[in-house]
Design a protein around this ligand. Structure first.
Ligand code: 6R9
Length: 657
């Protein structure tokens, strides 16, 4: 029942939590205020207490050692403590909840049976896989690339690496062989774990073939461990390839966990930035786990016995923190889904919710928008009465999609947590908490415990105080889940995040703080675009395009796209003598997909005889963005261009979207 106070607020775009939500929540408004204040006033005391939620082998004495000064950036949490992440996510639960389901696995094809893997079984799988890794010669500190579909073995592989102290680097299975190869080389991996094929939406990607192509020019001896998923034919490299099921049969499931320092790396995850090739974001052991576990419990208001489902892929940070590490550290039941929202039909998500009685559901705005376009009947025919909470992540959510999610999926009774965070932050940074905040469609609302967001003036870099202000978003102090460095390039780490605004961690996002002090993310302020919640550097797409023999120059920008949030708009200048054609457009699209992967497929390619450049040769992306957005009235000052006529030509010859 909606009270009249609630419906008045709803009309104003504010949705207070129901009395029932507040009553059951771990954190209500008073507790949030009190804990937040304590977390900022006494960061050391707060996190010393929170760190008790995980098991330490040797307790830490020092909570934090942090410096954000350019040239001296260091971030250490709980540094002299030791622990093992897999022991925390698996072993410690076996005594108390060994028979409880740890992972529900829902396969791509709904006709195939789901799996329920208990904590005890998870322990056996992880131990066995850990012993297989050891038998293949993987030692503590070495890197293992995981290139797998969304199958339980992906979680086993992550935890097996953690168990023996190997550092995993997951590459999303939708990435091309080239992108995979670059990441394998980037972290100097000794082993790639993959599968024969990856079923998704009824189609199969030949993952092992991709690995073979990726390693084709590799002169080192990268081994490959292959999980049998589809049973299809593969090209087996006899000296370097191993079937997982054969190796697993040779080892025991008993593998004692390695004692790791809190600051030993747990994983590397490559992510896009505004310049250059993707960088390897490094997360470490103790702080990351404390932060992933606490945010999972508090943001989703997870309670023992709940069934929690995050629809992300483990190839992205969301899958790391909120399918595997956070939930399993909390002894939760976490659902892993191999498929896609629209296959066999647009009710798949909701059927899975009904089938497994999902209590918390966490997805991306792009999926909501895509499903919204299919109509409400796909949702309405499913029983969603188990749902207690909905979440979104990855990009700003437009109020229309938020309202649809709220009314059609949540029936107006499930709080929506719009979680703003990044690969770099390890876990949620700003989000409403279900029992503490009245939500507003599109607002990421309030900082999580220990997070001190500031709105900076983009030019002067000074903090803009007060409410009703807008600027760029930075964070004032460290939190345990923060990334520690860029793999192999600490200087790049400092330059990317600590050089533009001295003394702060710079997020790359713009934001607004409204009159109530609630935060609204306005999108990236750098050359990163967000396509269907996937982060991509325009520079990466540009370098893929110019690698094509017929392309002389390319500039890539984002433009508003109804479903994807942002689409990829490419301005392409051809080599002298090359003629634009539809065929060439198709060829370039296929080329980029091949170079990076289908997620980078250009939406629009416009032939550009010239690009707008300053006299010093810098491409003026601001103008290209405006043209891509059809916003010709506000091109701004074009007088500094070397050849202002270029702009008229680009406007006159816009490509169809
Ligand atoms: C977790 C994740 C990070 C970028 C981030 C921002 C955008 C993420 C958002 C959001 C508005 C939200 N972003 N969550 N924008 N509202 N709730 O997505 O990590 O892939 O590294 O992307 O995504 O622009 O800077 P990642």
């Amino acid at each position: 029942m909606t009270t009249s106070a609630q419906s008045d607020s709803a009309a104003a775009g504010v949705f207070p939590p129901s009395a029932e939500t507040v009553a059951q929540a771990h954190v209500n408004a008073e507790k949030y205020a009190e804990m937040y204040e304590a977390s900022v006033r006494d960061s050391t005391g707060f996190w010393r207490e929170q760190a008790k939620r995980i098991d330490w082998i040797k307790p830490f004495t020092e909570v934090r050692d942090v410096d954000f000064t350019l040239g001296h950036v260091k971030i250490n949490w709980f540094a002299d403590g030791t622990l093992n992440v897999s022991a925390n996510c698996v072993d410690r639960h076996i005594a108390t909840r060994g028979d409880q389901t740890a992972i529900i696995w829902e396969p791509d094809d709904p006709k195939d049976p789901a799996l329920h893997i208990s904590y005890r079984e998870l322990g056996e799988h992880v131990g066995r896989m850990a012993n297989v890794l050891k038998s293949l010669g993987i030692r503590k500190g070495e890197r293992v690339v995981i290139y797998l579909p969304m199958i339980p073995e992906a979680a086993y592989a992550m935890l097996a690496c953690a168990r023996i102290g190997a550092i995993h680097s997951i590459v999303f299975a939708g990435f091309s062989p080239d992108a995979l190869g670059a990441r394998v080389n980037g972290c100097d991996a000794k082993l790639v774990i993959t599968s024969d094929g990856a079923p998704r939406g009824g189609k199969v990607t030949k993952l092992k073939d991709n690995v073979n192509q990726a390693l084709l020019h590799d002169t080192s001896d990268v081994k490959c461990l292959i999980v049998r998923r589809t049973g299809q034919q593969i090209a087996f490299r006899s000296d370097l390839d191993y079937w997982y099921h054969e190796e697993a049969a040779k080892v025991s499931s008993d593998c004692p966990p390695e004692e790791m320092s809190a600051e030993d790396p747990l994983f590397i995850l490559y992510t896009s930035g505004s310049t250059g090739q993707p960088k390897g974001v490094v997360h470490t052991t103790g702080g990351y786990l404390v932060y992933a576990a606490l945010t999972h419990e508090v943001t989703f208001d997870y309670h023992d016995g709940d069934v929690y489902w995050c629809t992300a892929d483990v190839g992205w940070v969301t899958g790391h923190s909120y399918i595997v590490y956070g939930p399993l550290a909390n002894g939760a039941t976490t659902l892993m889904f191999e498929g896609v929202p629209t296959w066999p039909d647009a009710s798949r998500f909701w059927q899975v919710c009904e089938k497994h009685k999902v209590n918390q559901f966490y997805t991306a705005p792009t999926a909501i928008r895509a499903l919204m376009g299919q109509g409400t009947e796909w949702v309405e025919k499913c029983d969603l009465s188990a749902l207690k909470l909905l979440g979104t992540v990855g990009e700003p959510i437009n109020p229309e999609a938020w309202n649809w999610y709220n009314t059609v999926v949540g029936k107006g009774r499930c709080p929506i947590v719009d979680t703003w965070w990044q690969t770099e932050t390890g876990g949620h940074m700003m989000t409403p908490l279900p029992g503490a905040h009245a939500t507003k469609p599109g607002s990421a609302q309030k900082p999580f415990f220990g997070v001190q967001p500031v709105v900076l003036d983009p030019t002067s870099g000074t903090e803009i105080e007060g409410n009703g202000v807008e600027g760029v978003l930075a964070i004032k102090d460290s939190w345990p889940g923060q990334m520690r460095t860029v793999w192999g390039d600490h200087e790049r780490f400092e330059k990317t995040y600590f050089s533009d605004y001295k003394g702060y961690y710079f997020s790359g996002d713009g934001c607004r703080r409204d009159k109530d002090g609630d935060y609204w993310i306005t999108g990236r302020v750098d050359d990163v675009i967000n396509v269907s919640g996937h982060r991509m550097g325009t520079a990466e797409v540009e370098s893929a395009l110019v690698a094509h023999a017929k392309v002389a120059e390319a500039a890539v920008v984002g433009y508003p796209h109804d479903i994807k949030g942002q689409g990829i708009y490419c301005y392409v200048t051809l080599m002298n003598g090359e003629e634009p054609s539809e065929e060439l457009r198709k060829e370039l699209r296929a080329w980029v997909r091949h170079e990076i992967g289908p997620i980078a497929s250009p939406d629009v390619i416009q032939w550009a005889p010239g690009l707008p450049k300053t006299r010093s040769g810098k491409i003026m992306r601001r103008i290209l963005r405006k043209i891509a957005e059809n916003d010709f009235g506000s091109l701004g000052d074009t007088s500094t261009l070397a050849d202002p006529a270029v702009v008229d030509d680009l406007i006159a010859n816009r490509a169809p979207k």
